[in-house]
Design a protein around this ligand. Sequence first.
Ligand code: AMP
Length: 293
Amino acid sequence: VETIRTVEAMRRRSRAARGEGLLVGLVPTMGYLHEGHLSLVRRARSECGFTVTSIFVNPTQFGPGEDLERYPRDLDRDAALLEEAGIDVIFCPDDAEMYPGGLSRHRTWVEVEGLSGVLCGAARTGHFRGVATVVTKLLNIVEPDAAYFGQKDAQQAILIRRMAGDLDMASRIVVCPTVREADGLAMSSRNAYLSEDERRAAPVIHRALERARREAGNPGVRPGELVDAVREVLAGEPSFAPEYVELVAVPDLDRLEGDRPLRERGLREALLAVAGRLGETRLIDNLMIELER
Ligand code: AMP
């Protein structure tokens, strides 16, 4: 598999592929790949003749005190997995290539107003600004016909889709389902941080969301009842410290509250999202609730 480290070479390669009449697909990642990432790769391969996976642990989406330095990295293993998956190019620039002159000299940021300060953005100030900015840069470098993201990071997917629309970006944004371990835990590179006990406790998040999924079938259910159902199951695992449990409207991410039943609000979809900590490790998961009008 071809590895490209510079912006210029990546753009040239991508344009050459496009010139051969191939559709270009991009799967942006931070590496330490797992089946969730590979499901995006397979989707991209099924739709595009030329596929690129970027591997870049983007420093501007980490806050002070977050896990940037210890974020797991293993480029050799990732390259072997991507080769096997049939990716054409791995784009793995270093920080200096993406932020020439250093992070403190970067001046242009993409802010998706209203969507970036809620849910995960409330605790992770600047996180989504970093995400929106690096994804914009990657889309400008690779110029893909389609870019693939995971439902696992639901807020990120919603925000990127909004950004691409608002800024008339040419790439189609494709969101793929969350891939889970056999016990329901959403796959994540950060799962590698979990101790054995924490790993055993982690599926509580999925169990809590599944309980809410069942309750969401009840036509008169109110938003607060779904949030309470999740909280109740989470409380059964005292080692998990919730950061938030929220039900929000899609795609505006306005919090849904009050006594009016969820199904009487004229929404097509609602997002039930959970974040919290097992020990030092921050985990997130979510459930998209389809609501027929
Ligand atoms: P990351 O390397 O964590 O930045 O993730 C790169 C892409 O893979 C993002 O679009 C994620 O949403 C997606 N992704 C991560 N974990 C999963 C998963 N378990 N299932 C599906 N997609 C995932």
